[in-house]
Design a protein. Structure first.
Length: 670
């Protein structure tokens, strides 16, 4: 019956839902790639904040040119002599490495003193200055003199290409590292190119340059770049032969992802004025430490947003990267990240399908649970991303996978909702075939009840019955009997519903229709009488003709009609209800239908219906003829009986039989 339908083959609907989900994901990935990228990065920021290490970082110390330094030492920019004092103070207090997130691009008075201080710090406390490149064609000018290039010429395959630079004044230093970050759409710094290439020369980042400055001068190849080979390797790996414990993993673009493992409170930051004035709370704090010098004073413009907070000193970015390199905790995206996301999405969809495949829709709540499960699995995707980042150092990304899973759950939920509606519609249509449609609707939308749910209504009842049908069933097969009933009921129901009535019951070969019962009908006596006439005219012609030779009386229809008050509703225990009509009106209609065989009139009408139809129909096809007053079985008072004049022939056998029946009834009464 349902072969080929969505209900019979729900896998088709589920497959279509997944195709729609995949298409929606593809459209969103193409239209809003930036939003998905930002979702990945913002979620990673949350992971960093939740998992940040609060243990103080003693190996890398930040020396901050803060507001106190500007107030005590003087307004920024400081003279070159003052900068030289800071370099000398750091060397004297035992700093093992000095990295400056500061560029000195122009020649100024006192530059020779700063150059001398930088030179005097080698190799006891190497000094590495900063230089900045233009990576996105912001500008193509060149200022200062580049320094710190790696040996050899030709851009490394993973190096970021630059179009301009701002470097330090000539003669100031021969060691420098770039401080050029990759800025995301929200302005935050989360990635740093390991190497920038300008005119065929490669310049490492400040943290790498600092480590390279600690290598012996005899190292021929200070930095090695290798592509990843295994599925769980990064796209590129930078190693320092002189420091085999230091490995810097890079993504396909050659960027190192800044590891914000350290909470901001864990970074030891001291004021530059305290260093220069010798007022450190811990005199040995800088001994053997790697020092990063930067500026956070108000108005200096050296602040950037990071994963751990709003505007912070840019030097913190390099401090985090350097600490991560020392701990070998720089996160990276494994080459198999895409495959891992696809596998996770496939597993999540399999779980959603398993949840969708749990019995009939009406027997479960998966219409609600499937989309909720999709959202839950999307949340788990974020948790997996965070666990992989903190536990394995893998940055997998989660937005695309979570979006695909959430869309799959939503579309599967909508598909199950559609199936639920279709199944409920089918159940309602099937219920309506056994109950009147208004009753079926009330039953479908109400909780089961064991109480009497009925109301008194002014109705017209039409009872139609096939006479001699029992004998027909004895002589014919059940299939023949079923075909006769099917045709009779189908035609009679269509006539009743077209006239505004409702078929309340079909019992055996008897049909009981009510006008103005479950379904309102203003002119129910007229509509009921018209339906009775049409049923007899139409259905009588559809009854099979029987050969008298077989000893069977011909099949015929008898119809009784009466109007009046009746009780219409449902009765019975909560587990088994019945919908019916009760009252004397129904009793009279049943008795009138039973009398049609005795009087030989096919349609008999009660006095109440006849009174309501009245004179206006005397000249129409609904004109009635009185047959007399009869005492119906089970009643104590006589009832006037009428028939349709349009169905009579004057002096017919039916009229003569009616007169004989009436005379016999009067004799019995005497």
């Amino acid at each position: 019956m349902m072969r080929g339908s969505w209900l019979a083959r729900p896998w088709r609907l589920r497959a279509l839902a997944l195709v729609v989900a995949l298409a929606a994901w593809a459209v969103l990935a193409l239209l809003v790639p930036g939003a998905l990228h930002q979702a990945n990065e913002r979620a990673t920021d949350v992971v960093w904040r939740l998992g940040a290490d609060t243990q103080p970082e003693r190996r890398v110390v930040v020396v901050d040119i803060d507001d106190a330094s500007v107030q005590r030492i003087g307004p920024w920019p400081w003279p070159r002599e003052t900068q030289a004092r800071l370099v000398n103070a750091l060397r004297e207090q035992g700093a093992a490495l000095q990295l400056y997130d500061i560029v000195f691009p122009d020649q100024r008075a006192g530059g020779e003193k700063l150059a001398a201080a930088v030179q005097a710090s080698q190799p006891e406390s190497p000094v590495v200055l900063a230089q900045v490149f233009a990576l996105h064609r912001e500008y193509s000018q060149a200022a200062g003199q580049l320094a710190g290039a790696l040996p050899g010429t030709g851009c490394l395959p993973m190096a970021a290409r630059a179009t301009g630079y701002v470097a330090n004044a000539a003669g100031l230093t021969d060691r420098a590292g770039h401080v050029t970050p990759r800025l995301d759409a929200d302005g935050a710094v989360r990635r740093m190119p390991a190497v920038v290439c300008y005119q065929g020369r490669n310049y490492p980042a400040l943290a790498l340059s600092g480590l390279l400055s600690l290598e012996p001068a005899t190292v021929a190849t200070p930095l090695v770049v290798e592509p990843g080979k295994g599925l769980f390797d990064p796209a590129w790996t930078v190693t320092l032969p002189a420091m085999p414990q230091v490995r810097l993993p890079l993504d396909a673009a050659g960027d190192a992802r800044v590891p914000y493992h350290k909470a901001r409170s864990a970074l030891v930051s001291i004021s530059a004025s305290d260093v220069m004035e010798g007022r450190l709370a811990q005199p040995d704090l800088l001994r053997g430490a790697w020092v990063l010098v930067g500026a956070s004073a108000f108005g200096l413009g050296d602040t950037v947003p990071t994963a751990l907070g709003g505007a912070v000193s840019g030097v913190e970015v390099h401090a985090q990267l350097l600490a991560g390199m020392l701990d070998e905790r720089v996160p990276f995206t494994p080459r198999a990240a895409g495959g891992l996301q696809v596998a996770w999405v496939a597993l999540a969809i399999a779980l959603l399908l398993a949840l969708s495949w749990s019995g009939p829709v009406s027997a479960s709540r998966r219409v609600l649970w499937v989309p909720l499960a999709g959202l839950a699995l999307a949340g788990i995707t974020f948790a997996v991303h965070g666990a992989a980042l903190l536990g394995l150092g893998w940055w997998l990304g989660w937005a695309h996978a979570a979006l695909a899973i959430a869309l799959a759950g939503l579309c599967l939920g909508l598909a199950e909702h559609g199936r639920s509606l279709a199944e409920k519609g089918l159940l309602f249509r099937n219920l309506s075939s056994y109950l009147p449609a208004p009753v079926a609707q009330r039953v479908a939308l109400a909780e089961p009840s064991g109480e009497i749910e009925a109301e008194r209504r002014d109705v017209t009842v039409v009872v139609a019955d096939i006479r001699n049908f029992s004998a027909f069933c004895e002589a014919r097969s059940p299939e023949d009997a079923a075909r006769v009933l099917h045709r009779f009921f189908s035609s009679a129901i269509a006539i009743v519903e077209a006239r505004g009535g409702t078929v309340e019951e079909m019992v055996g070969d008897t049909l009981i229709a009510v006008f103005n019962g479950s379904r309102p009908c203003d002119k129910h006596p007229i509509e009921g009488l018209a339906a009775a006439r049409e049923i007899w005219l139409t259905c009588s012609e559809e009854l099979p003709n029987l050969d008298p030779k077989h000893g069977l009386e011909p099949l015929a229809l008898g119809v009784g009609v009466e109007s009046g008050m009746a009780l219409v509703g449902s009765y019975g225990p909560v587990g088994r209800r019945v919908h019916s009509v009760l009252g004397q009106t129904l009793t009279i209609a049943l008795r009138l239908q039973g009398m049609t065989a005795d009087l030989a009139y096919p349609v008999l009408v009660g006095s109440e219906t006849a009174q309501r139809v009245g004179v206006p129909f005397e000249q129409s096809e609904l004109a009635l003829k009185p047959l007399g007053q009869f005492l119906l079985a089970g009643l104590r008072h006589g009832t006037k009986v009428f028939t349709l004049r349009s169905l009579l022939q004057p002096g017919s056998d039916a009229e003569q039989q009616s007169l004989r029946y009436l005379g016999q009834q009067n004799t019995n009464a005497v």
